[in-house]
Design a protein around this ligand. Sequence first.
Ligand code: IDP
Ligand code: MG
Length: 161
Amino acid sequence: CLLYSSVTPDVRERTLIAVKPDGVQRRLVGEIIKRFERRGFKLVGMKMLQASEAVLGKHYHDLQRKPFYPALIRYMASGPVVAMVWEGHNVVRSSRLMVGETDSSQAKPGTVRGDLSVHISRNIIHASDSVEVAKKEIGLWFHSAELINWETSDHSDLYQV
Ligand code: IDP
Ligand code: MG
């Protein structure tokens, strides 16, 4: 119907979420997935991988001149990450709020970082910080064939349709 199609574009927003190597080591993958599922977001892609230096260099290209950059790349390449694409209404902004401040010691209780981590250099999760950046990051980490277009049966319970 007309109303549905007017709601649909925003509902289809996507973001890249990645459990970083420390999060995987600490067995927090399930905990993190659970939070996004329970919020009502839809998982449309997921894989575990050892990130290459090439991908990490592009992913963090805006931080190349920061003093912590070499350590950041070593950290991100230190073990497997679990990369995911989540879809839903305002998911980029909402997931940044769910993730919390970059510096875990400043992250509010109730956020992923504020509940599960203590230090800025081991903050367990990545979330895209804008819709534009999310598009670039999803393209960097996923092939389009790895993203699944599917419908959830509870769509009308989560959204006005
Ligand atoms: P974000 O992950 O909250 O978007 P960004 O500023 O984009 O934060 O930085 C990317 C990542 O770089 C952070 O999540 C963290 O792992 C690392 N990082 C940022 N600032 C620092 C710092 O001052 N010291 C150590 N690592 C940092
Ligand atoms: Mg960032």
